[in-house]
Design a protein around this ligand. Structure first.
Ligand code: UD1
Ligand code: CA
Length: 478
């Protein structure tokens, strides 16, 4: 939400109650519904995040039930308060379980844990309308392409702003089947009338559940005002009841993220092929090629180029970084103007310095490469420090593991490690040292020294000629 919007319409202290206790039977999954992910994070995390953005002084409650401990553990770090609904007897019953928690507030905002794309702006509009209308209940509605499966909003006449009732899909009768305006499962309530009628809900329906949606008819009949706000973008209120719906929401959310990044000056070629998580940040003038995945809390600086098939998860990249095709980078930091790949694997804890090069089929793990250091081909650098300007030849391997413990390799600045050398850790190579190609280095090498750890070459003049002659002779006599 924009700062201006917040200042124009400050909200009174309110409770946001998120219904998240349901099992999600239609997902046919062992995982609780609200922990299923879209855009790289659980449904419920999206909703909590939006609630937290809406109003800084609001109290957020999550009603949990099915697999409550799992949901509680997954959401513990968000700071929300939990209310348990031990048996899931419907959305109305969920709010009955929150009775004590909400009693002290004048208004509450009820959200559904399985409607993750809702924005703080739309919620702000809902609350503003609710307060302006003096309504007892204000329903967020929408008219999506396909209203099947949703409860429908019954207005006495289309031009009236107030609502008579909400009718669930299964209970629709006759003409009601043609109503396209759906209930989003998101509502603002004035607490006093809500509590007055909450116990009037019955479970006289095909599911034997207490429906919060019935509150609309109860309040209306009781002479209270029931208002509705139609969301501008129906996509914001789509729910996730089946795997197919989850996948569709995921695509929607990722496209929204791609559009947000593009609006900020990032070029994403063929964004529909990219998988970009909701919290990813990219600076302007960076180019992202098709089939790239940017996951978790990845941050990418300006003027980078991320080439196709690279997967970058929870990494921070500086400016002007090039990641060539098919690289996998995880939980690492890459500084300005570094160049990675193609086919490089940057494992957790790597710090690739400014202008450093990590090339073809190179693997790093907990490796710190200094400014301008290069490891261009076929190398493993694990638990190691490589000083600025050092060059690691093709096929060099840090032997960091003795079968029990991991050990460190320290390579100073401007060191030249010849191709196919093995550096048996713990070991230290001083600044400016040279390692002869093919060496197995087991002892520290002082600064400025040359170390060669290989058996001396033997040359036997004419040996091959004699050998060929002997072979020919054997052939002709056999
Ligand atoms: C609900 C609405 C429907 C609306 C739709 C929008 C009811 C009766 N119907 O239907 O009008 O169009 O949402 O998405 O409310 N939950 C609990 N405890 C329970 C039951 C559900 O916490 O006992 C939670 C679920 O975890 C979920 C939310 O409430 O996050 C909605 O429940 P769900 O069963 O998905 O309702 P819908 O059938 O989608
Ligand atoms: Ca639902």
């Amino acid at each position: 939400m924009s700062k201006e919007a917040k200042q124009e319409h400050p909200l009174p202290k309110l409770a946001v109650v998120i219904m998240a206790a349901g099992k999600g039977t239609r997902l046919k999954s062992r995982r609780p519904k609200v922990l299923h992910e879209v855009g790289g994070k659980p449904l419920l995390s999206h909703v909590i995040g939006t609630a937290a953005r809406l109003a800084e002084n609001s109290d957020i409650y999550a009603i949990i039930g099915h697999e409550a401990e799992r949901v509680r553990a997954a959401m513990a770090s968000t700071g929300v308060q939990f209310i348990e609904q031990k048996e899931q007897r419907g959305t109305g019953h969920a709010i009955q379980c929150a009775r004590e928690a909400i009693a002290g507030y004048e208004h509450i905002l009820v959200l559904s844990g399985d409607v993750p794309l809702i924005t703080a702006d739309t919620l702000q509009h809902l609350m503003t309308l609710h307060l302006a209308e003096g309504a007892a209940m204000t329903i967020l509605t929408a008219t999506p392409e396909d209203p099947a499966g949703y409860g429908r909003v019954i207005r006495r006449s289309p031009d009236r702003s107030d609502v008579d009732a909400i009718v669930e899909q299964k209970a629709l009768k006759g003409e009601q089947h043609s109503i396209r305006e759906i209930n989003s499962g998101i509502y603002a309530f004035k607490v006093a009338p809500l509590l007055k009628y909450l116990d009037k809900l019955s479970n006289d329906n095909s599911h034997r559940e207490f429906y919060l949606t019935d509150m609309a008819a109860h309040l209306h009949t009781g002479g209270e005002k029931v208002a509705a706000l139609k969301a501008e973008e129906a996509v914001e209120v789509l729910g996730a009841n089946t795997i197919a719906e989850l996948v569709a929401l995921d695509a929607n959310l990722r496209m929204a993220t791609a559009r947000r990044l593009m609006a900020g000056g990032v070029t994403i070629f063929r964004p529909e092929t990219c998988v970009i998580d909701a919290e990813v940040e990219v600076e302007p003038d960076t180019i992202i090629e098709p089939f790239v995945q940017l996951l978790g809390k990845t941050r990418i600086g300006a003027e980078c180029r991320i080439r196709s098939y690279s997967v970058i998860e929870n990494c921070t990249l500086g400016a002007d970084v090039v990641v060539l095709q098919s690289c996998v980078l995880t939980e690492s930091v890459v500084s300005d103007s570094a160049r990675i790949g193609p086919f490089a694997r940057i494992r957790p804890g790597s710090e690739i310095g400014q202008e450093a090069h990590v090339g073809n089929f190179v693997e790093t793990k907990k490796a710190k490469l200094g400014k301008g250091a290069k490891a261009n081909h076929l190398t493993y650098i694990g638990d190691a420090e490589v000083g600025a300007g050092s060059n690691i030849g093709a096929g060099v391997i840090t032997c960091n593991y003795d079968g029990v413990h991991k050990h460190l390799t320290r390579i100073g600045q401007k060191v030249f490690v010849g191709s196919d050398s093995t550096l048996v850790a713990p070991i230290e190579i001083g600044d400016g040292a040279y390692i002869g190609a093919g060496s197995c280095i087991t002892r520290d090498v002082p600064s400025g020294a040359l170390a060669v750890g290989r058996s001396r070459q033997v040359v036997k003049e004419g040996w091959a000629v004699a050998r060929h002659a002997a072979m020919e002779k054997m052939k002709s006599t056999s």
